[in-house]
Design a protein. Sequence first.
Lengths: 114, 115
Amino acid sequence: EDQVTQSPEALRLQEGESSSLNCSYTVSGLRGLFWYRQDPGKGPEFLFTLYSAGEEKEKERLKATLTKKESFLHITAPKPEDSATYLCAGIYFAGGTSYGKLTFGQGTILTVHP
Amino acid sequence: GAGVSQTPSNKVTEKGKYVELRCDPISGHTALYWYRQSLGQGPEFLIYFQGTGAADDSGLPNDRFFAVRPEGSVSTLKIQRTERGDSAVYLCASSLRSSVWDTQYFGPGTRLTVL
């Protein structure tokens, strides 16, 4: 069974204190790795897609990286408005085809204190 | 432009009742997905449509759940004989096509509460 596991479950940072969130995934059959941000009471908001080991993508204070067995979301000098749940999801090759069925981790709840 | 919309935003119903949840995808998107998110968990896949047909319904928990997309645009998720365990946020997502390279855009969700 394809699995995506995120750690830590919750992370509390002071404003400006950089850190990283981890996403471990079942390696066999992975076709793409996605990061989403989810604010309370809202749907997930797309951040990044990574397709191959060594790939990196950046957006403002966020940088996503992918290795052969895990992905990291690095947050540099976070601000209180970065507080949210960050979700990692994989797309897997399935039975002769690949399509967009996402397998999500349980998320990391990030709280940034001023 | 308009994103994915879902109605209602909240639905409270009694155990045993029938409910319908609606999803309006982004115009022109051919792929549509339904997910269910329980408190403190990531979304779980329910069903995927490519056009009008359900290409993969392997995530539907049982035969009380059914979804349609008759004209290849709006989709309705139908739940019969609701149970308290069906309480969750039901999310809809759409993408331009159904390949791994197409970003899925999510709606705000419908929070279903079964009393």
